[in-house]
Design a binder for this molecule. Sequence first.
Ligand code: ADE
Length: 240
Amino acid sequence: MRVDVITIFPEYLTPLREALLGKAIDKGLLELGVHDLRRWTYDVHKAVDDSPFGGGPGMVMKPQVWGEALDEVCAGDTPRLIVPTPAGRPFTQAMATELAQERRLVFACGRYEGIDQRVIDDAATRMPVDEVSIGDYVLVGGEVAVLTIVEAVVRLLPGVLGNPASHQQDSFSDGLLEGPSYTRPVVWRDRAVPDVLRSGNHAAIARWRRDQALERTFHRRPDLLEALPDSALDKHDRKL
Ligand code: ADE
């Protein structure tokens, strides 16, 4: 997969070259380009923003600068453009799975009050565009959202995780939160690991894990349980 990020703070994206993502780059599974938006400014102040039409606080990012940046970064190609914004569609594990199928993603990081809407509308005539939010809170800009989205997507690419089975047990993969995990020692600060996990009874362990996931989801995310189709529950699932 190729990922390009356009931002006024390229250094903000350096963690994309660390840890698991850095390894994905080394293995040739991920190609990353980070571009400084100010490269496409021509005035002495390298201005990327201006005051909003209609008044109000904050500044809006200028369409000319973004237009040229996207023209050049996307030249001769049709990537999927992702614009992080608190006004976007919610980013979910399902969306991460969908984005992991793409050959190329381009991220446009807005700051201030966002990017002039015409940039997004114009790009959408040439490529698929998604305005995406990582949660119901407001960040200063899209950069941290890009870190989040790229990490969630790249770990799903074949060959990136050491154990390909690990994301089949992720929270959300079956619509439930993942239950608790334990490792050695068996007793720590008078707290013992649940006996069933040491029983060697694989059916009992699977049942226990499923019950824990259901219970945790019931308490922490009742909305997820509510959204689960009846077909996703088996006949042994306890009604909570
Ligand atoms: N930019 C600012 N806040 C954001 C959010 N919650 N999600 C995505 N991008 C953002």
